[in-house]
Design a protein around this ligand. Structure first.
Ligand code: C2E
Ligand code: CA
Ligand code: CA
Length: 504
């Protein structure tokens, strides 16, 4: 257009002419460069500002991350209940202490401390109070050791102490005594004075082991031995290896054994004393371990209770028992089965329904099932236990109070429990033929139970003399080696067929 106005025809010359003489065109021509420059300028300022913002925020974030990281690392290395170092941090410190001891050629000690009656306290007073106790124990242990030493909570009621530099065993003895004394005064929990005892196992580097895991394991072996021998503390020695738990690896194996159904159920008869008739059998679990042979429940039930494995274990026992009973019923034997139920199972909200479902599935009459529970099981959570027991009673199951006489039963409370039977603990029955006190206790329990309208079973009946004594005291039911040891189902029938006891 400009070219046209300047020279009337559009030609290369007229364009050049227009370009040379027209200022506006110069401005227009420069525009892209101006915009480009402005754009660059503005964007570089923006980039700079953005950069500054990012730098600021990053610094902020970094500060926050450090706090979080510190918190996470504290949580990862400390026990949340007691705030003491946990197993991970303890292992780490022990590892460093071993390296230092090797370099400077000195000794160190590892101690493992386990409370003796913690489970009972936890079951009786509840987890909340159990936790309070653990905190107080942690504080007392921590207050007893030197700054240089460490105390950690390994888990449950197990604590560990590291003395990274000692002159010899006597130093460790002194500390063990101090720790034990620190735990001696009663603990005040929920207005109660509780006495807590601990067992301490000690392993010394380098005598008892050169590496972390060996030292930990040997201190643990010494702790188990101290517990068995009821000593306050014990130093590891080779001869203690007999206590060396199997237990340490047993737990993982138990889980597997349950999954692969390697547990067996043995049955022990309960006989009506008046008639000599077998009315029930008690299901008692056994574990046929590939290496250790036949293991008795005392070797693995407490562990199963601590770890929650008791639930699948009990399901397995219930399943086997119901199958067995329905098969015996089909063969014409009219017997019931008694099953031991731990607190962890009774207080499981799903337990009643799953049991009722199984009974229907196997077409077993609920009246032929007895659930044996202990007083501690009820005390663990009285309200919930009561609710569950009433529900089970409503569908026709019978409840038996096991190990009676060993707990802290309030007799007044007994009246309200929906139980139909008391089982006198075998520790009273076994010696009642020569121990007068035991005989009196058995007699009183029988009278008391009868007054409350309960059946009485005496367990641990090993001789005819005791059987007759019980008969004179009008005890209802007897169970014990006199009649039969616990046996696999087929062996039991064979044994009873050749005995004076009557099967119907
Ligand atoms: P418990 O319920 O008090 O079972 C009775 C124990 O006394 C059994 O030991 C039995 O073999 C033993 N016994 C029976 N008669 C006599 C006798 O005349 N003399 C002597 N000295 N002992 C006798 P066992 O089978 O070793 O069971 C020990 C405990 O393990 C049981 O004590 C019970 O508390 C627990 N338990 C066994 N099976 C199970 C189970 O399936 N679940 C649960 N939760 N606990 C179980
Ligand atoms: Ca029992
Ligand atoms: Ca018992």
């Amino acid at each position: 257009m400009v070219a046209y106005l300047g020279g009337n025809t559009i030609s290369l010359e007229s364009i050049i002419f227009a370009q040379k003489t027209n200022f506006a065109l110069w401005v227009l021509d420069c525009m892209p460069f101006i915009f480009a420059f402005w754009g660059q300028y503005v964007s570089s300022i923006m980039a700079f500002q953005a950069g500054a913002i990012i730098v600021d925020q990053t610094a902020d974030l970094r500060a926050q991350t450090t706090v979080l990281e510190e918190k996470a690392s504290h949580e990862a290395t400390h026990d949340s209940l007691t705030d003491l170092p946990n197993r991970i941090l303890f292992h780490d410190r022990l590892q460093q202490a071993i390296s230092a001891a090797q370099r400077h050629q000195h000794k160190l000690a590892v101690m493992i401390i386990d409370l003796d009656n913690f489970k009972e306290i936890n079951d009786t007073l509840g987890h909340f109070n159990g936790d309070i106790l653990l905190k107080q124990v942690g504080t007392r242990l921590h207050g007893t050791i030197r700054d240089l030493d460490s105390v950690a909570r390994l888990g449950g009621d197990e604590f560990a102490i590291l003395l990274p530099k000692i002159a010899g065993g006597t130093d460790a003895t002194m500390v063990a005594k101090k720790l034990s004394q620190a735990l001696t005064p009663s603990f005040q929990i929920s207005g109660l004075n509780l006495d807590v005892h601990a067992s301490i196992g000690i392993a010394i580097f380098p005598g008892d082991g050169n590496d972390r895991d060996t030292l930990m394991q040997r201190a643990e072996v010494a702790m188990y031995a101290a517990k068995k021998e009821t000593s306050e503390y014990l130093f590891y020695s080779r001869k203690l290896d007999q206590y060396s738990p199997k237990r340490l690896t047993l737990m993982a194996e138990l889980r597997q054994a349950i999954e692969q159904q390697e547990l067996l159920v043995y049955y022990q008869p309960k006989v009506e004393i008046k008639t000599g008739k077998v009315i029930e059998v008690e299901a008692l679990v056994r574990w046929l371990h590939p290496e250790h042979g036949l293991l008795l429940p005392d070797e693995f039930i407490p562990m199963a209770e601590r770890t929650g494995l008791i639930k699948p274990l009990t399901s397995l026992i219930v399943d086997h028992s119901l199958k067995q009973i329905s098969s015996w019923n089909r063969e014409g034997y009219e017997i019931g089965v008694a099953i031991n139920i731990s607190a962890g199972v009774l207080l499981d909200p799903q337990f009643p329904d799953s049991l009722i479902g199984l009974l229907a599935g196997y077409r077993v009459n609920p009246a032929s099932i007895v659930l044996e529970i202990t007083e501690t099981t009820i005390m663990a959570d009285q309200e919930r236990a009561m609710e569950t027991l009433l529900r089970l009673k409503d569908v026709g199951l019978r409840i038996s109070l096991d190990d009676f006489g060993t707990g802290y039963s309030s007799l007044a409370y007994l009246k309200h429990l929906p139980v139909y039977e008391l089982k006198i603990d075998k520790s009273f029955v076994m010696k009642m033929d020569h121990n007068k006190d035991d005989a009196v206790i058995v007699k009183i329990i029988i009278q008391l139970g009868h007054h409350l309208g309960l059946k009485i079973t005496a367990e641990g009946v090993e001789s005819d003399t005791i059987y007759q004594q019980l008969e004179q005291l009008h005890c209802d039911i007897a169970q014990g080696f006199l009649i039969s040891k616990p046996l696999p189902a087929e062996d039991l029938i064979a044994h009873l067929k050749n005995s004076r006891w009557i099967m119907t």
